[in-house]
Design a protein around this ligand. Structure first.
Ligand code: NI
Ligand code: MN
Length: 225
């Protein structure tokens, strides 16, 4: 499965022939200035919550690609008012079978508000059962709720924040991987802003000590996962 990192928590995966793009925040991210968003193709744009560092390019990319937006109800309705009409405005606990696989919305411990102050609903993570099964936690603290995830799907890899301050740090994310029962984690949500500066060597060591592989693709890099 092809996985491309676009910085902060933005990544794309190709799942059963469909392009899924998560939490697009590219044009305002100076670390991603070499990424041309006009070259990003998406069939689905998945949004974990309403914060700017997860939604900045949703409107432009949804309009350019005709992708379907998948998010919580409040985020979806906010984008509907911006003229996006292909929307799956789901909510926590819900699942749906798509052409790329089955997606389930799961709990994340964080906050959510839209850039204009509108209610951003509850933050979410996603469990996707497709070509591979994977879990994207969204911005979240470590939570025991993650222990439920292996009862829904055997997770091949997880995408989780490791930058601390706003979310889990690397040690909590390594523990989250054991809750989720996966041996492979792609770390995101680090080094974009000063408070989330990461010592990548220390982070890799923490994961190694727990027998978990930490993947940190460069911004713009594609890996096979
Ligand atoms: Ni956030
Ligand atoms: Mn964030």
């Amino acid at each position: 499965m092809k996985f491309t990192y676009y910085g902060q928590s933005c990544f794309g995966v190709n799942c059963n022939g469909k392009n899924l793009l998560f939490d697009p925040f590219i044009t305002p991210n100076p670390k991603a200035s070499h990424i041309n968003i006009n070259q990003i193709d998406a069939d689905y744009i998945l949004v974990s919550h309403g914060h700017g560092d997860h939604i900045a390019d949703v409107e432009a990319l949804a309009k350019a690609t005709g992708a379907t937006l998948i998010s919580n109800f409040e985020v979806g309705e906010w984008f509907r008012k911006k003229g996006i009409n292909k929307i799956e405005a789901m909510n926590l606990g819900g699942k749906k079978k798509f052409d790329f696989g089955t997606l389930k919305c799961v709990n994340a411990i964080h906050s959510s508000v839209m850039p204009d102050g509108s209610n951003g609903g509850n933050p979410m993570g996603f469990v996707i059962q497709g070509e591979n099964n994977f879990y994207y936690s969204g911005d979240t603290a470590l939570t025991l709720d993650m222990q439920l995830i292996p009862s829904w799907a055997k997770i091949d890899f997880a995408v989780m924040p490791i930058g601390d301050y706003f979310t889990m740090d690397a040690a909590d994310a390594a523990r989250a991987a054991t809750f989720v029962n996966t041996q492979r984690v792609v770390g995101v949500h680090y080094n974009t802003f000063p408070p989330i500066t990461l010592n990548t060597d220390a982070a890799k060591k923490i994961f190694e000590e727990n027998g978990i592989e930490l993947l940190l693709p460069a911004i713009g890099e594609s890996i096979n996962i």
